[in-house]
Design a binder for this molecule. Structure first.
Ligand SMILES: Cc1ncc(COP(=O)(O)O)c(C=O)c1O
Length: 392
């Protein structure tokens, strides 16, 4: 039997994030008729509000699914069996998306990285220039790689595709960046933006999204991969009248309406600045802890530092999983684990969603005490360094 832990549980994984009381209360309201007029008002409000967050005038499709569903939707709606797709494999989630593409009968052309930086626009441009026959139909990039804490430069990748004069679609996963890190679907010429509810949008898991450009819609008319549940067509037809072709996740949509209102009240530029500041304070803590290369940032490219999470890498012979287990037991805080080749080498501090200075200092204090108790060689003073950033 678990012993009761008093006080708040610190959920500091990089999503699902802490769901604010306002959103939880909205979700707990009585379920409404999804074919009635109150639902049409709700759908109209969230479909309009989402466009402001994705920075788009294009339609945004909402699925009652996790982010993985929205990945699949992006591929099956626009591609045909045997199509080549460039996959920038910058970490664990990019690798999973690429495996999905393969299982669906696509041909992923993988551009690997060392998982310590974002995608390289020059490598994408080169791959496209080599493809004179235009077999490549899409370039898939994860904007914020949640396994590494590295961000890819989407505007530069769009410029690289244009420089190669290649017609490939640009598909971007913003599951851990939307509403945390500046992102612009229209301005950056993205064709499909994939997102999920459980991170910057401050909702529980269960909703995911495709923002769909005119070019992506055009591609969907010729695409031959089988699709039914994920098909945009019946969804967009029903959404035109503010309904859904199947039972929507009514209560989550009500939560989404509240979360969108909260984001608008704070103002997206302020939301991004808050995330940037917390990320800078977290990096200051990690740098202060660093000793003998035993505690360091996983992301090695300062231009690619993530604002929504920081992945911390431990030296050889030290177990990140043992540290996380100790911190959970002693301080009732969950940290993200290392994924794939980073298993047990990395732990991840999520600082996204409904989050403030004291939540951050609490989280960093838990990590600093955990490092000390675990005997991992590290310097103290990380929390002080973070406080110095927050009081600048
Ligand atoms: C960047 C990224 N892409 C995709 C996924 C998969 O989303 P889900 O677990 O909601 O299916 C995640 C999950 O954390 C993610 O962080």
């Amino acid at each position: 039997m678990n012993v009761r832990s008093p006080g708040w549980h610190f959920l500091q994984i990089p999503g699902p994030t802490n769901v604010p009381g306002r959103v939880l209360r909205a979700i707990s309201e009585p379920t409404i008729d999804h074919r009635g007029p109150a639902f049409a008002d709700l759908a109209s409000s969230v479909l309009r509000g989402l466009k402001r967050v994705f920075r788009t005038n294009c339609p945004v499709v909402i699925y009652p699914a996790s982010g993985t569903g929205a990945w699949e939707a992006a591929l099956v709606n626009t591609l045909s069996p045997g199509d080549a797709v460039v996959m920038a494999r910058t970490g664990w989630f990019a690798a999973l998306w690429s495996e999905m593409a393969k299982r669906l009968g696509l041909e992923p052309l993988v551009l690997d990285s060392d998982w310590r930086r974002g995608a390289d626009p020059a490598a994408i441009e080169e791959a496209l220039r080599r493809d004179g026959a235009h077999r490549i139909r899409a370039v898939c990039v994860v904007h914020n790689e949640t396994s590494t804490g590295c961000v890819s430069p989407i505007a530069a990748i769009r410029a690289a595709i244009d420089a190669a004069r290649h017609p490939a679609l640009l598909l971007v996963d913003t599951i851990s960046s939307l509403a945390s890190i500046d992102y612009r679907h229209d301005d950056w010429g993205v064709d499909i933006t994939v997102a999920g509810s459980q991170k910057g949008l401050m909702l529980p898991p269960g909703l995911s999204f495709n923002a769909v450009s005119e070019r992506a819609l055009e591609a969907s008319r010729a695409a031959k991969l089988p699709r039914s549940y994920w098909d945009w067509r019946p969804m967009l037809e029903a959404n035109a009248g503010f309904y859904f072709p199947y039972t929507p996740a009514t209560n989550l949509l009500r939560g989404l309406q509240e979360a969108l209102a909260m984001l608008e009240e704070e103002g997206l530029p302020n939301v991004f600045a808050r995330h940037r500041r917390h990320a800078a304070a977290t990096r200051a803590a990690v740098e202060a802890w660093g000793l003998e290369g035993c505690v360091e940032l996983q992301c090695q490219a300062p231009t690619d530092y993530s604002s929504s999470l920081t992945a911390v890498r431990l030296g050889e012979g030290h177990s990140a999983d043992a540290l996380r287990a100790l911190i959970l037991k002693r301080f009732n805080m969950s940290l993200g684990n290392g994924l794939g080749v980073l298993k047990d080498r990395v732990f991840r501090i999520g600082h996204l969603g409904d989050f403030n200075d004291l939540s951050l200092i609490g989280a960093l204090s838990g990590v600093e005490m955990g490092l000390k108790l675990s005997g991992i060689p590290c310097a103290g003073g990380g929390v002080d360094a973070a406080m110095a950033v927050l009081t600048e």
